[in-house]
Design a protein around this ligand. Structure first.
Ligand code: SF4
Length: 336
């Protein structure tokens, strides 16, 4: 789909057209996913970062307390998450191969294997060999967002560090697939670059991957930029109606692809989108390192959470609305 067509859909204020789009999205979601909603919880391992992305609270010039979880703290935090019943964990770090090298990440995956059936990673882009090492340790999935596909904008907002390398990031999903991972999540940070162009490029990226690696399970995420404390970054505002259109349009274009939604969004919007097209949600999230520890001291989050419902409340909500909360659809096997 061209950026012009996407722009026309996003700018179309006809309520009837929006209603039709939403109904089509809902119909396709029920057809291919039923009322199953996959659940995962993010765990921030480290906020060390040697990159400078102007929109992020963890960037290298930001004066925050830098911390990474020790093996003991990882265990405690993972136990706390596992007690909620969630069986899929997303392990995140900033981009600092010095602070969180491959060996540290392998240890984190090995620790997660004790508590979870599904282990996903949202980390800095790696070589195929390193992704393979994480796969063999037990990781199944990798999330990697290009943020914006617009090269000019990309260089304006990524001022320093490894993340400046657009092409190495753009090529990461291919290396992840070649390393053997079974799931890949792609996305664009909405509000960072030109929206219609970013969506067209994201869809094109996914089409290329589907063609080259048809056996991979793909999902898409559309994080909207949120204000970060002490951050002076002006972002284009994507309003709720446009956001709903983007997710519904994505469902219509990709009927079988998972759509993820994080706690960046408010409870009421998440409730609405679960009805229409979202198939996987984060629950009970903390976005600071050490956030699940019982005596957690307040620390700087990567972004502020909008849906603060507990995991138990979210699960209750889903059941009361006839959704099937899916704690895991995967039984861990040895990756080799
Ligand atoms: S977005 Fe990632 S790479 Fe950029 S500053 Fe934040 S943690 Fe670092």
């Amino acid at each position: 789909m061209t950026p012009e067509k996407i722009r026309a859909i996003l700018n179309d204020n006809d309520r009837g057209h929006l209603e039709t789009l939403a109904q089509n999205a809902q119909h396709l979601t029920r057809q291919y996913f039923g009322r199953a909603i996959g659940l995962y919880t993010p765990l921030y391992l480290s906020n060390y970062c040697s990159s400078h992305c102007v929109y992020c609270g963890f960037h290298s010039h930001h004066k925050i307390t830098r911390i990474k979880l020790s093996p003991a703290d990882m265990n405690i935090e993972m136990q706390a998450i596992a007690r909620t019943g969630v069986q899929n964990i997303l392990l995140l770090t900033g981009e600092s191969p010095q602070a969180t090298p491959l060996a540290y990440l392998v240890d984190a995956v090995l620790c997660a294997k004790k508590y979870f059936q599904g282990i996903s990673l949202e980390i800095y882009p790696m070589t195929q060999v390193d992704y393979r090492a994480l796969y063999e340790a037990g990781a199944d999935a990798v999330t990697i967002y290009q943020e914006t596909y617009d090269r000019q904008r990309y260089s304006e907002v990524h001022l320093a560090g490894e993340k400046r390398n657009y092409d190495f990031r753009r090529g990461a999903p291919q290396r992840i697939a070649l390393a053997g991972m079974r799931q890949i999540s792609l996305g664009a940070l909405l509000g960072l670059g030109p929206v219609a162009e970013d969506l067209a490029s994201l869809y094109q990226h996914l089409r290329e991957l589907e063609k080259e690696f048809p056996g991979i399970e793909y999902s898409l995420s559309f994080p909207r930029l949120r204000t970060i404390k002490a951050q002076e970054f002006a972002a284009a505002h994507i309003n709720d109606t446009t956001f709903v259109k983007i997710l519904c349009l994505t469902r219509v274009l990709f009927p079988r692809v998972g759509i993820n939604l994080s706690t960046r969004e408010t409870a009421s919007l998440r409730n609405q989108l679960i009805e229409l097209c979202v198939t996987r949600i984060s629950i009970g999230s903390k976005t600071s390192v050490g956030g699940y520890l019982e005596d957690a001291t307040p620390r700087d989050p990567q972004f502020d959470i909008a849906d603060e419902r507990s995991a138990a409340d979210m699960i209750k909500y889903l059941k009361e609305h006839s959704f099937d909360p899916v704690f895991t659809d995967w039984r861990r096997i040895e990756n080799s």
